[in-house]
Design a protein around this ligand. Structure first.
Ligand SMILES: [Zn+2]
Ligand SMILES: [Zn+2]
Length: 90
């Protein structure tokens, strides 16, 4: 089954090989997807903060590009999927 992902920020389609992030509502299992692009990620951070204030519980998922060379990718991966991290980590 192919699930068509749509970015919750820009409403455009997210292809499965593109890096993107998902915010999963742990109560309903519903997942909001966002492109890894900085403007969509900013929307993601804002919308997630709003939902968290409403008392929801979420799990964040990061889906890396299919060409990403990192075996256990995360922020700052070698493939540069999320080269503008939402969270400032030092
Ligand atoms: Zn987008
Ligand atoms: Zn990556």
């Amino acid at each position: 089954m192919t699930r068509i992902l749509r970015c919750a920020a820009c409403a455009r389609r997210i292809k499965s090989h593109q890096p993107h992030s998902g915010v999963e509502d742990l109560e309903t299992g519903e997942e909001f997807s966002y492109h890894a692009r900085p403007d969509c990620q900013i929307r993601c951070a804002e919308e997630t903060a709003t939902r968290l204030e409403a008392g929801k519980v979420y799990a964040m998922h990061h889906y890396h590009s299919s060409t990403c060379p990192d075996e256990a990718p995360g922020f700052g991966c070698a493939g540069g999927c999320f080269d503008t991290p939402m969270v400032v980590a030092n």
